[in-house]
Design a protein around this ligand. Structure first.
Ligand code: NAP
Length: 272
């Protein structure tokens, strides 16, 4: 019988997960389908329990449900620390967070190893939290920079490592000067506010890798500035693909075709 997977969020119509996961299932000739479900906050518990009853094996969870779904699940230790779940294995009722691993694999795909490097991570929201825990586990020196300074400090404290500090946005320029890697994990530059950038090109340098996790548009204003400065650039598509690939592995135990998933996502974004 056909296996069903899906993503739950609100709104959900712009999710790229169906096109990405279905491309992988098609390529691997698996009798599976991945659907998007719009679920309101008040129906979240019923949706998760109902999906399990219907025999759905796996779900992705997106905005605004990533935190609120936790009480209905067993949550793996990393997702518990992050405080957010983006993947559920309904066979075991376990919640995971694959965003950090997605970011790590995106960096690795561009031959960037974070171990011992100075990383400036801008943002302290859901995505930043997942990336910060992953970077810390991989031995990076991390400066978390956030508009609301207290959130940067709280996130740094929650990681509890002497290699991690939190500062306000006014300290971005001074920290980027000595950084190896700059990651934007804020929503600045995201459609429709495409004229936003957290930093200008004169503050970047050729030894820097600039990774923008925003994927709509694929080339953000910040990435264009980074290119002008001679920095290496990484767009947000590969993180999206790899976090989805990690979900696919959890659900199926199989290694998905990354290139096919990437092509599906880039194609869908270009057609928007
Ligand atoms: P979130 O939890 O709402 O966090 C938003 C972050 O952006 C906060 O740190 C916020 O700072 C900051 N911010 C918002 N507007 C700002 C502004 N005008 N100036 C400076 N900082 C600002 O969002 P999220 O879930 O972490 O997502 C952030 C972005 O990452 C989104 O664009 C999302 O699409 C993208 N994303 C990409 C992937 C991927 O796979 N590529 C995965 C997840 C998310 P304050 O704390 O001061 O409010």
């Amino acid at each position: 019988m056909k296996k069903v997977y899906g993503v739950i969020g609100d709104p959900i119509e712009h999710s790229l997960s169906p096109v990405m996961q279905n491309a992988a299932f098609d390529k691997m000739k698996m009798d599976c389908i991945y659907l998007a479900f719009n679920v309101k906050a008040e129906a979240l518990k019923e949706a998760v329990l109902g999906a399990k009853s219907l025999g759905i094996d796996g779900l992705n969870i997106t905005i605004p449900h990533k935190e609120n779904v936790i009480p209905f699940l067993d949550v793996d230790p990393l997702a518990k620390k992050i405080g957010a779940v983006n993947t559920i294995d309904l066979r075991t009722n376990t919640g995971y967070n694959t965003d950090g691993l997605g970011a790590k694999k995106a960096l690795e795909a561009h031959d960037v190893d974070v171990g011992g490097k100075n990383v400036v991570l801008v943002g302290a929201g859901g995505a930043a939290k997942a990336i910060a825990f992953q970077l810390a586990a991989d031995g990076a020196h991390i400066t978390i920079v956030n508009r609301t300074r207290s959130r940067a400090i709280d996130l740094a404290n929650s990681i509890d490592s002497p290699k991690v500090t939190g500062v306000g946005l006014n300290e971005l320029n001074s920290n980027v000067k000595d950084a190896d890697i700059l990651i934007n994990s804020t929503s600045v530059g995201m459609y429709p506010n495409v004229d936003g950038s957290i930093l200008t090109s004169d503050r970047m340098h050729p030894d820097l890798t600039v990774f923008d996790i925003v994927y709509n548009p694929i080339e953000t204003k910040m990435l264009r500035a980074a290119k002008r400065s001679g920095a290496k650039t990484i767009d947000g598509v590969m993180m999206l693909v790899h976090q989805g690939a990690e979900s696919f592995k959890i659900w199926t135990g199989k290694k998905p075709p990354i290139d096919v998933m990437e092509k599906a996502v880039r194609g869908a974004l270009q057609n928007r």
